[in-house]
Design a protein around this ligand. Structure first.
Ligand code: PBG
Length: 347
């Protein structure tokens, strides 16, 4: 029955009608707010490429956690800037590590707020990679600095390999340490093969059978992580992350990453970044009956902030539209630096 019988504009005549037939809605319960925790007291250090986001000392992070909870947002995810870095990432799994201490303080102040612990090593490694780096003997394809155009600008370095299996043990130790500190979910973001199984085994061995794992399953090697690396001081000192993060062209491989992580015991999975990979979110939603999360990453945030600061975009509108698109694609949960603002706009 075509025009003139069918007139789709009939249901768009006013906001009440539009709202009645709206298929996708945003609520604060679907958001997770990321925080960057640093040493010190009363620190709120500006991150130049992420206006409105700060490096926070633990006391400040506790305040943010309280505000986040008051806005109806159920969860935060913590990233840490350790006092010192080394080539074993000891700051990631130390009992008194920065995220471990922040977790204890936040859970004491706001016990109902869900705290996710990001399990990765790049913030704690002196070289900034997500795994153990070893000077490469072979000229294998797994080299961290595998001749990409982007890495040409980095300092010339011997060829390095990011060692998969040796890294698993430290990742597992980090997950157990974060769980003991009180996080509610561990979220590995390193992209080593087998990390979910290694973490599950270690958690179970430590009597932590009920600790959920949210795996960053389909994490693409992305230019959109640029501002995060300023925020977390985690830029790789040589090469890039293309030997472990996914190639941007690969949708089928993303489904395999998700499948293997689920087989290894992941309880929830993530696609990251979000807006440039909405098709990956949509297909993951179709294929897998598990909670799907998406991370609207630092570069997605910075783009909107920059355009809005120039008066080129209506910020509130595009913030909500970007989140709605991620939700419509199929993500049940969205990690976003806009979480607090968006929750205010929703109320
Ligand atoms: C750690 C990690 C990264 C992000 C989250 N966890 C960055 C990276 O791989 O360099 C990016 C988040 C963002 O850009 O907002 N591996």
């Amino acid at each position: 029955m075509a025009f003139p019988v069918t007139r789709l504009r009939r249901l768009r005549q006013n906001e009440t009608l539009r709202s009645m037939v709206r298929e996708t809605r945003l609520t604060p319960e679907s958001l997770v707010y990321p925080l960057f925790v640093c040493p010190g007291e009363a620190v709120r250090k500006v991150i130049r490429s992420m206006p409105g986001v700060f490096n926070l000392s633990i006391d400040q992070a506790v305040q943010e956690a309280q505000e986040t909870h008051a806005l109806g947002i159920p969860a935060i995810i913590l990233f840490g800037l350790p006092e010192t870095k080394d080539d074993r990432a000891s700051g990631a799994w130390a009992d008194d590590g920065i995220v471990q201490r922040a977790t204890r303080a936040i859970k004491r102040a706001v016990p109902e707020l869900v705290v996710l612990g990001d399990v990765c090593l790049c913030e704690y490694m002196s070289h900034g990679h997500c795994g153990i780096a070893r000077k490469s003997t072979a000229s294998g394809a797994a080299r961290a600095d595998h001749g990409s155009a982007a890495s040409a600008a980095a300092a010339p370095s011997p060829e390095f390999e990011i060692e998969n299996d040796a890294t698993l043990e430290i990742l597992a130790r980090t997950a157990v340490s974060l769980a003991r500190a009180g996080v509610d979910i561990v979220a590995p973001s390193d992209m080593m093969d087998g990390r979910v199984a290694a973490i599950r085994t270690a958690l179970d061995g430590a009597g932590l059978q009920n600790m959920p794992i949210l795996s960053y399953a389909a994490k693409f090697a992305s230019g959109f992580y640029g501002p995060f690396r300023e925020a977390a001081d985690s830029a790789p000192q040589f090469g890039d992350r293309r030997s472990y993060q996914m190639d941007g062209g690969n949708l089928r491989e993303a489904m395999r990453e998700i499948q293997t992580d689920l087989e290894e015991g992941a309880d929830m999975v993530m696609v990251k970044p979000a807006m440039p990979y909405l098709d990956v979110i949509a297909q993951a939603r179709e294929r897998f009956d598990v909670p799907i999360c998406a991370y609207q990453v630092s570069g997605e945030y910075a783009m909107i902030q920059a355009a809005a600061q120039n008066g080129w975009l209506d910020r509130d509108r595009v913030v909500m539209e970007s989140l709605l698109s991620i939700r419509r694609a199929g993500a049940g949960t969205i990690l976003t630096y806009f979480a607090k603002e968006a929750a205010k706009l929703m109320s």
